[in-house]
Design a protein around this ligand. Structure first.
Ligand SMILES: [Mg+2]
Length: 413
């Protein structure tokens, strides 16, 4: 029992959800700059006039000069996408995001007594009530069928294909509705007079293999509604296992104040990268490059009580580890690594990370957007200024932000 859920006119719907004045209106979301861009999404009201994604904006304006043209705002849509995922996660943990607004859910065996359509209606109703947008749901025995079924009754659709009905359902569908079939393959299939799945099933396997290689066999299977690819749950997705920054000083440093400042700077960089990739760390490892106990490098690690991507929490743990293990002798370099990373979605924590009433709730996103715009070194905490003093002439830092000292520094703490 696989569900494919696809939000309708996603970018435009998000804009309408945030701004009630846009509801019921022709909204066109545009790539930047608007004067030269293309349409990235159109509300259903605008679609009625023939406006669709990929169309140059000047053409859209000819069709519908009175529409509301808004620039695309990806961070807003990503945030909304996370809200959708949080709703879906209430129904199953076996959930695979397929794009910013599409997801596969595997409900096999999880609701033995439930009617799948009833469940789908419940999900749709919850999304509508909580987020004010509509989604289309396709239900089928595998991902291929579910995906084609969700497209079948868009927008606000719900369509179930029982295992016995797969071939009848597919027969009339155009081949380009099959995921993975692009314009090139569609064109090549047209030369064989193949337009629908019914046409495709008539082509022998050997001929498809000859024309399309390995993909030919996939087409052969797709024509028969066969797809055994699993829904890969979020926490099974391959993730970067750790993420770190380290630095080697031009001179030996023995000032605790300076080293703490550098630990803060490195921790901030690590935390920023974690947030950029929507990851949380479950632990911190520090590396001390020093001559002690016969060894030149030493690493120490410790886990958090819960996963985090907060500058302060990472820095405090890094400093704590350092002070616990430092032998008070001069240090040649230092590193901070976040490890045991998990995606924010998989823990469903991101909403609580920075409570809206806290200073961090506004401060950290504001800092991140400044960093995204001007580079990671543009802004730093007061604590880190100690580090920049120590680092004025130091060796290279691994990773972004090594231009820090060339940029304007803003005192924020
Ligand atoms: Mg969509």
């Amino acid at each position: 029992m696989i569900l494919h859920i696809d939000a309708d006119a996603f970018f435009a719907s998000v804009e309408q959800s945030y701004n009630p004045l846009l509801r019921g209106k022709s909204v066109v979301v545009c790539g930047r700059p608007i004067a030269k861009g293309i349409v990235t999404a159109a509300s259903y009201e605008a679609k009625k006039f023939g406006i669709k994604a990929g169309m140059p904006i000047f053409e859209a304006k000819k069709l519908l000069p009175g529409a509301i043209y808004i620039p695309v705002d990806i961070p807003k849509y990503l945030d909304f996408s996370t809200k959708l995922l949080k709703i879906y996660l209430q129904y199953t943990k076996i959930l695979e995001p397929y794009s910013i607004d599409e997801v596969f859910l595997d409900l096999t065996g999880q609701y033995p007594d439930s009617d799948p359509e009833k469940l789908a209606r419940a999900i749709k109703a919850q999304v509508k009530a909580e987020l004010g947008v509509t989604v289309s749901v396709g239900i089928g025995p595998n991902k291929l069928i579910a995906k084609i079924a969700s497209e079948y009754q868009k927008p606000d659709g719900l369509f179930l294909v029982n295992p016995k009905e797969v071939l009848t359902f597919l027969a009339a569908q155009p081949v380009e509705s099959c995921p993975g079939i692009g314009p090139k393959t569609t064109q090549a299939l047209k030369t064989l007079n193949v337009r629908t799945f019914a046409d495709l099933i008539a082509i022998p396997e050997g001929k498809l293999r000859l024309m399309f290689g390995v993909n030919g066999f996939k087409l052969y299977l797709a024509a028969r509604g066969i797809d055994d690819s699993p829904v890969i749950a979020l926490d099974q997705l391959p993730l970067e296992k750790s993420m770190g920054h380290e630095t080697t000083f031009p001179n030996w440093i023995s000032s605790q104040e300076q080293i703490e400042g550098i630990l803060w700077e490195l921790s901030s960089k690590v935390a920023f990268r974690l947030r950029e990739r929507k990851l949380l760390a479950q632990g911190v490892r520090i590396k001390i490059k020093a001559k002690s106990h016969g060894s030149t490098k030493q690493t120490y690690d410790k886990r958090f009580s819960g996963p985090t991507a907060d500058d302060g929490e990472i820095a405090y743990l890094a400093v704590h580890l350092f002070l616990m293990h430092w032998n008070r002798k001069a240090v040649k370099g230092i590193g901070v690594t976040a490890f045991a990373l998990v995606s924010m979605e998989s823990v469903g924590e991101q909403m609580h990370l920075f409570p809206p009433d806290s200073v961090k709730g506004e401060l950290i996103p504001a800092i991140d957007s400044i960093k995204q715009k001007y580079g990671a070194g543009i802004i730093t905490r007061g604590t880190n200024l100690l580090a920049s003093r120590a680092n004025g002439k130091r060796g290279k830092t691994i990773g972004p932000g090594s231009n820090a000292n060339r940029n304007l520094r803003l005192l924020i703490q």
